[in-house]
Design a protein around this ligand. Sequence first.
Ligand code: IDP
Ligand code: MG
Length: 152
Amino acid sequence: MAIERTLLLCKPDAVSRGITGDIIARLERRGYLIIAMKMMQLDGERARKHYAEHAGKPFFDGLVKFITSGPLVAMCIEGESAIAGCRQLMGATDPLTAAPGSIRADYAQTIGRNLVHGSDSHESAERELQIFFQPADFVSRKHDLERWIFEK
Ligand code: IDP
Ligand code: MG
């Protein structure tokens, strides 16, 4: 158990479909804290860096083309075990196998348009957050953490 930070993206399909608000509402309802947030459009270089682990896979070029196709909303989420917790809220990569009630099961149909990205480990979170945010982009939500999340 530990307070963690993770990168959460509302991908271009979520922005285009107007469901970023629903996604953010689910994160906030769970009690996660947004400590950085920006809307931006990725260029190819940054997209390939973000998805470097998938370079060479058959879906890689399509993935880069899609993630650069329009604006996305990038967030740093903070909370207790936030890396695994956000992955749970998102649901499995393929919406057809995602748990009912998860974002991907509730809003998506295909693996290539599955609306959200979430870091899958500590190492990924640290690496990915640096791709999207500068140190000055982060706010402190220490008081909210103390009030709502730390168990005394
Ligand atoms: P994740 O987003 O659940 O972490 P990853 O395996 O890291 O899933 O894949 C990154 C993204 O690449 C997925 O969210 C999905 O949009 C896309 N992707 C993964 N596998 C496939 C595939 O087999 N076909 C098409 N797109 C895929
Ligand atoms: Mg992944």
